[in-house]
Write a protein that binds this ligand. Sequence first.
Ligand code: GDP
Length: 319
Amino acid sequence: MICVLTGGTGGAKFVDGLRRVIPAEELTIIVNTGDDDDWWGLYISPDIDSIIYVLAGILSGERGWGVRGDTFHCLRAMKDLGEPTWFSVGDRDLAVHLMRTKLLSQGCTLSEVTRIIAERFGLSSRILPMSDQRVQTRIDTPAGELSFEEYFVKRWFQDPVNSVRFAGASETVPAPGVLDTIASAQAVLIAPSNPVTSIGPILAVPGIREALAQTKAPVVAVSPIIGSAAVSGPAATLMAAHGLEVSIRGVAAAYQGFLDMLVAHTSDAAVAEALTTTRFQVHCANILMETQQDRSQVARTALSLACPQIVTAYAAEVE
Ligand code: GDP
């Protein structure tokens, strides 16, 4: 079993590659829930949804979120009613939010809800929220403290950022299965997600960082940073606000204490060499996932470094 830590769009692309290289049932995916929010009275969990949709093969490639070919009738109707519509929810996406909210109101935990929704989609991967308790990523800006969705979606991540915090994280425990998965995995992969707001909240749940440091499995991350810039989104701004250098050095620093290997872009070869020690390796490859083929290739590269036997075992089966 391969454990993946992920959040957001970079992570979804990586998981899309993984599912094409090894069977989905080999994947247990631990997902960021710091972006979760309440919208129109519904509980939304954008990163879990992106993973469900990508594994179901229905994630919109054009938008990178939501369901491919979805309609937006409800969104327009809400607009006509004078309700806020800055967070675009498609009609099929809405059905998932309704179902999640219904199950939560009946007393199910977020892990139980996620398992039920994944089953209804016919998925064979295991998807675990990082915690069943609420953690809220809060972005402090000159305009005030914003939720992640306000900062990212409503305000297009244009605000300067003073700091980032994960409200409630210290009071939480990992969701059932999270620590066992990290301990018993053949390899732990950290997706090229935002190190601060997608992987950061997972690491802020007490016990997860320690489990990563203690696991016998190799822990391998794919860098979301190439040179001194993020491939997309606000990772550079958020890393700088968090005191991390915007480079593969900063990515390595974010995961210090448990990361065994980092996969960086070939153009970062010089820094990679300087960072490499006897206990920490940096492997250079193409890590841009522009095409379907790239996604599979990046997944295969990370897997081959972390767990070559699983790639060989399934070489002829998948895709
Ligand atoms: P956000 O967009 O910053 O909220 O972060 P997400 O966790 O959603 O994922 C986007 C992250 O993935 C960004 O930091 C990007 O730099 C990174 N990313 C996006 N596309 C790629 C890609 O093709 N390759 C790599 N290596 N990273 C990517």
